[in-house]
Design a protein around this ligand. Structure first.
Ligand SMILES: [Zn+2]
Length: 445
């Protein structure tokens, strides 16, 4: 639903704004895609209104790393013995699935993944696409789903040499074309980054070419880094250096680059990430699922690194991911104090800062002048909620509560759990058929 000005009334607001983290019974005036005013009694005569009494109002969540192409893999049968390590997981599942994707299945995968994201209150995703059977035009296909549903996405294509030199060239071209398109047209909901799969599937020749274009376009890169020890071993064997050192030699790192995972990094590599102001993206649930280890998140933050949170496609649900990110260091270090404050910083400050840099305006906060990306959650706290304890209501209450209404760029895109821009039940009926056909191609790969 396109809205002119919109007034959210009687809202209890978690703002993610450190200067005023919680506002009780306030109003939010939205106009022109932005938050125009926050306070009591802010209204104009022609504003549409939503009464938020008894609900919790928050900024839309930001997922700093996901793979929409994986959304139709839910329940997929993997032939033969189950993958027992990271490389087998790539070879037996993801590299067969992505090869089986065509235009239609990629489009529906993106639609389904974005619908799920919206239902969990996620309004911005940083996506990393792989569809080697359908490379050229793949980012436009995902962009069509993003704009059709109406949330924000930064898109990239995973360049890799594993599908031969033509596949690598085509991946580079896809990134370049989409980065140029976003640069020329500045579509409000879309941004672009230069995607690279990971060191272990990228030759020096290909990396050199990516470095050339990424530097020329000033796009930054979106790349998996040392997710598993296999990536490190491959790099040392082939190039006698570690993954971060190799990427730094090609000038892949920098303040616009997203270095995903960074589980197996040395002290020197952490220093390189810090010195280059590279964005580290932590994906705890995916790392647990793949059994690859726990990234040195707390140590990185002590050293000043910018750490962010993503799902790696494991789940669309950022509130649950926050809960896991908070629990994991307590288990790893045997200390119930570990991670609580750091995860609050990661999610409520660093993720919004990352999106704000890509969009060139405040995104992911409820403050005057910020993008009007707002969720209304069906959460009436059973205990006092105030500016000192809001984070604990987030950790222990929000993951269990339904997101009812979602506003992106001032437009209501989901109202009372119904996504307004699309026919959800029709898409789900069709996606089941498309997924079945995709799975048949997957099994026959
Ligand atoms: Zn990933």
């Amino acid at each position: 639903m396109k809205s002119g000005s919109l007034l959210l009334k009687n809202a209890n607001i978690i703002t993610f704004d450190t200067s005023k983290p919680y506002i009780s019974n306030g109003d939010i005036l939205i106009d022109g895609g932005l938050i125009k005013a926050i306070g009591v009694g802010e209204k104009t005569d022609d504003s549409a209104e939503i009464d938020c009494a008894g609900k919790l109002v928050m900024p839309g969540f930001i997922n700093a790393h996901t793979h929409l192409y994986s959304a139709l893999a839910r329940g997929i049968p993997i032939p033969g013995a189950q993958p027992s390590n990271f490389v087998q997981n790539l070879e037996k599942l993801w590299w067969k699935l992505d090869l089986a994707l065509d235009e239609e299945s990629l489009y529906y995968s993106a639609l389904v993944g974005l619908m799920d994201s919206l239902r969990c209150g996620v309004t911005t995703v940083f996506d990393h696409n792989a569809s080697p059977g359908f490379i050229s035009g793949s980012l436009n296909t995902i962009a069509k789903a993003v704009q059709g549903i109406g949330l924000r996405a930064c898109l990239s294509y995973e360049v890799t040499d594993r599908n031969g030199p033509e596949g690598a060239e085509s991946g580079i071209e896809e990134n370049v074309n989409f980065i140029e398109y976003c640069g020329e047209k500045s579509p409000e909901l879309l941004r672009a980054s230069f995607g690279l799969h990971a060191s272990l599937t990228l030759s020096n020749k290909t990396l050199r070419e990516c470095e050339y274009y990424g530097t020329k376009l000033k796009s930054g890169f979106h790349v998996h880094v040392a997710e598993d020890k296999a990536d490190v071993d491959d790099c040392i064997t082939k190039y006698s250096k570690r993954v971060v050192e190799r990427l730094n030699d090609f000038e892949i790192l920098g303040p616009k680059t997203l270095a995903i995972h960074c589980v197996h990094v040395s002290e020197d590599e952490i220093d390189i990430l810090d010195k280059t102001r590279t964005n580290m993206i932590h994906n705890p649930e995916s790392n647990m699922k793949n059994g690859v280890g726990y990234a040195p998140v707390l140590h990185m933050m002590e050293k000043g690194l910018k750490v962010h949170l993503g799902t790696d496609g494991y789940s669309p649900n950022m509130a649950m991911t926050v809960r896991t990110a908070n629990l994991l260091p307590k288990l790893v270090f045997g200390d119930p104090r570990k991670g609580t404050d750091e995860v609050r910083t990661i999610f409520s400050r660093n993720n919004p800062r990352l999106a704000s840099e890509f969009w060139g305006k405040p995104v992911g906060k409820i403050q005057k002048g910020a993008a009007a990306d707002i969720i209304i959650v069906n959460y009436e706290p059973p205990t006092p909620l105030d500016e000192n304890n809001w984070w604990f209501h987030f950790l222990f209450g929000v993951p269990n509560a339904d997101v009812e209404t979602v506003i992106v760029n001032g437009n209501i895109v989901m109202k009372d759990r119904k996504i307004l821009s699309i026919n959800e039940s029709k898409i789900l009926t069709e996606s089941k058929i498309i997924a079945k056909n995709l799975w048949e191609r997957f099994v026959n790969e």
